[in-house]
Ligand binder design. Sequence first.
Ligand code: FAD
Length: 535
Amino acid sequence: MKRWNGWGDEQTTYPLPDLAKNYLENLLGEGNTRPDASLEEVLKSVPESRLPSIGTISLEPEERLRHACGQSLPDWINLRSGRIPSFPDGVLYPTSDDQIKEAFEIAFSNQLILIPYGGGTSVVRHINPPQSDTPVLTIDLSNLDQLVDFDETSLLATFEAGIRGPHLEQRLNKLGYTLGHFPQSFEFSTLGGWVATRSSGQQSYYYGRIEDLFRGGYLITPQGSIDFPSFPASAAGPDLRHLVLGSEGRYGILSRATVAIKPIPEVEEFYGYFFKEWEAGMLAVRNLAQKEIQLSMVRLSDAQETETTLFLTGRKNLIHWAEFGLEKLGYRQNRSLLIIGVTGDIYRAIRSLKAATHICRKNGGLYTGKFIGRSWRKSRFLVPYLRNSLWDSGYALDTLETAIPWSKVQLVKDKTIEAITSANHNQNERVLVFGHLSHVYPTGASIYITYIFRRSYDPDENIHRWHEMKSAASKAIIDHGGTISHQHGVGRDHARYLENEKGKIGINLLSKIGQFFDPEELLNRGVMFEDQSKN
Ligand SMILES: Cc1cc2nc3c(=O)[nH]c(=O)nc-3n(C[C@H](O)[C@H](O)[C@H](O)COP(=O)(O)OP(=O)(O)OC[C@H]3O[C@@H](n4cnc5c(N)ncnc54)[C@H](O)[C@@H]3O)c2cc1C
């Protein structure tokens, strides 16, 4: 079962190794632990539902609690301290398009806010009910999880939108295919959520981002439904499918999506390289992207991330090897780790690895074979579980991201890290900040930043510290021309920054489209753009 107040399945743990704990204690000080609120305590704080009992809508406090928050750091702080600002008044699990349509009618006649809910893995407050006098009904799409159509000739598969990553891959893998969309939240996020947030998987370099994979679907809106056909290409005016991509539940509920699939690749391997410093790694990575070497993943960690990752593994032999073996070869404190993925048929794999190794070596990269890549692969979906054990040891972790043309990558990375580091400087608390290039393109790259700080006993103080760091980083990103999100989306946390990149007219247009599909503003009010009439 999914944890109610943290990441992942209750049965899965990733304990913080002693070496990692000591490392953090040295850098940040001993973690402050305060017992978390228990499920029973938090359930007592769930207020009476404002909804009458209608059909199959669940008014159960536990259902409502489990749909009150996503996975942002403030969500965590609120859940762990038992101070949740708002709950949905009910949760509906539709099993058909007709039930979604009925939900719109119920919402219309009772004037409810509706929140489409996929896997609830949002990290920017997409699915949190607004604090409002209007009752909120969450539409959990998890019962819509079937493979509806499989067109092997065209390499297209249609799924119901509430299907989670592992279930979707299992269905395709049995038929010899894969979608290849692997966000780190893969275990719990859903196809509909990926489309609605313009998600990017770890191997999107080969498989494509979700906007490349999404080929059509069925969108149910309060104004009626649209069936988007899966044309391979079309010159018949603007592509309306782009209204669904990134719509964050504001324009309707996607009940089905057709996606482009690929045969399971013959080869899927990951390889590690070390660079003496980040700048050399970045040059190599830019070359890989601009020479269009056919890789499936390119992930370059800065020196701080390289070191922290090593300690988080807790493996003494690996740390020893890095400290002595790599040092002897001249890869010292500033070393940066690059992991590349090679996917496809054997010929492509050999060619790509050879070309990548040639470029890396030219930039001083040290090829270390499959070992590091394999351990990354083994823990790729386990790493988020570290958030649970870090929290238990007294530390809070948050991540943020952007994308920017190559000419500004270094500047934006430096400015963002500087902004986070100095945001709470008057509190005598240190913060550990590091980053990596998570996705690269010929014209630029996405920068993914992680920051860890010692949490306070006081939840308000934790929210305050997070707010200062997040705001400073967001400001640094937009002031220097980065997008407010490469993959996490807008939600409520980034809504105020959106005008910066869309412009006034752009925001007005997005909002007018919302008013067209949803004149009563029933859907996800306050997410992505500010409300026009009410809240
Ligand atoms: C540990 C962790 C790692 C992550 N790693 C990545 C990553 O590598 N790449 C990445 O892109 N993101 C990542 N994310 C962010 C998050 O997983 C994505 O935004 C994901 O796409 C959300 O999917 P979901 O099904 O959980 O949607 P939810 O969180 O439930 O909803 C997100 C938004 O989509 C809307 N929505 C959901 N389903 C539908 C639907 N069927 N129709 C209409 N609207 C809908 C909701 O209303 C909401 O606005 C990560 C998050 C966590 C916690």
